[in-house]
Write a protein that binds this ligand. Structure first.
Ligand code: ACO
Length: 329
């Protein structure tokens, strides 16, 4: 049987210029660098400038990914943009980016799965390509999470940052299923889950239909932590099993960067040596849907992720939502 899959042809990312350190936060709320570092591993985060929107960050990341993939905007037939902090309730931020890129054709839409958003968007894009409905897809994770934080709530505001990352997905050549498909470059499988019964663990207390306000992030941190470690280890094993691989086969784990203790606990549960886990949470904090493509871009551009590596992406976020993607680079 002949088959095809999508592959990541290029990556790009963008961070706002303004760095906010833990010390700076400690000047306005009752916290300390020591507390934040020891509980989360976060040293600093980037915060978008006044008037700098999610679409601005997304556009800059997209331009870099297109350059890396040596692809022009008019070759794109779909944009899938993951965000929880859209410029406006509608139209989608994806259509705004489409216009900024001067794309005259194709389609563009947003996906909303909070911190799992990039895995969801990647899965949607991969399935469009597999189904033959698209050949070149721009997948973006972009957030201005700072805009939905309660800056007086020390239990949440210290954890998040702003940023964007993007990948260009392309359809690769057809190959025979019998030719060891797990060795052919591309997204091997994606795995998505959600459990709406846990919506109250992590949510925003506003929205157009409920309060007609934007609202702020609310979270029961300990419970989120507990679910994260269990769900992430399970979905990683599910992805490996689906492809006949074991944990030892993973060259790089690129997790959603929620906090260092979740990353360490998940890595321990998976017997992954820390040097094979890509970590950016110390400098970016939790950028929600942007964190995986930001981390991926860093590890690709600094040469850690190389051709033929087996790369596992995983995330968990509000919803609850969680998922993974196994990629042969
Ligand atoms: N500075 C100082 N003290 C603080 C701060 C702060 N920023 N935040 C909370 N505290 C205090 C609390 O008030 C509490 O004080 P008390 O004992 O006097 O009541 C104490 O620290 C302990 O609070 P806990 O919430 O129990 O602290 P915990 O050890 O659970 O750490 C944390 C909190 C870091 C949020 C942790 O629960 C966690 O990492 N949870 C995961 C949540 C997460 O990462 N969410 C991101 C979105 S979901 C995702 O991306 C997977």
């Amino acid at each position: 049987m002949m088959m095809s899959r999508s592959y990541i042809a290029g990556t790009g990312s963008y961070l706002p210029e303004r760095r906010v350190t833990n010390e700076e936060l400690a000047q306005s709320i009752d916290t300390s660098d020591e507390w934040i570092v020891s509980r989360t591993g976060i040293n600093e985060r980037r915060i978008a400038a006044d008037g700098e929107l999610t679409s601005d960050l997304a556009y800059k990341a997209a331009i870099r990914a297109l350059e890396h993939a040596k692809t022009s905007a008019d070759e794109i037939d779909l944009i899938v943009l993951a965000t929880t902090t859209p410029d406006r309730t509608f139209p989608s931020t994806a259509t705004r980016v489409q216009s900024m890129l001067n794309m005259k054709g194709g389609a563009a839409f947003d996906v909303q799965a909070v911190c799992s958003g990039f895995i969801y968007a990647l899965s949607v894009a991969d399935n469009f390509i597999r189904a033959g409905q698209a050949e070149t897809v721009l997948v973006i994770g972009a957030e201005t999470f700072s805009r939905i934080l309660d800056w007086e709530d020390r239990t949440t505001c210290v954890l998040f940052g702003d940023g964007a990352g993007a990948v260009v997905l392309k359809k690769n050549k057809e190959f025979s299923h019998d030719d060891d498909p797990g060795k052919t470059r591309g997204i091997l499988t994606t795995h998505l889950h959600s459990d709406g019964d846990h919506a109250d663990l992590l949510y925003v207390d506003g929205g157009p239909s409920s309060t007609q306000t934007t609202g702020h992030v609310r979270m029961i941190g300990r419970e989120v932590f507990r679910h994260a470690v269990i769900n992430l280890a399970a979905v990683v094993d599910e992805a490996l099993e689906a492809n006949g691989y074991t944990r030892a086969d993973i060259d790089w784990l690129v997790p959603h960067q929620a906090n260092k203790r979740i990353l360490d606990s998940t890595a321990r549960k998976l017997d992954m040596p820390p040097e094979r886990v890509v970590i950016t949470v110390d400098r970016h904090a939790n950028t929600s849907a942007a964190s995986i493509p930001l981390a991926l871009d860093e590890a690709v551009k600094d040469g850690r992720i190389k051709d033929d590596n087996l790369v596992l992406l995983e995330a968990m976020g509000g919803g609850l939502t969680w998922g993974a993607a196994l990629v042969r680079w």
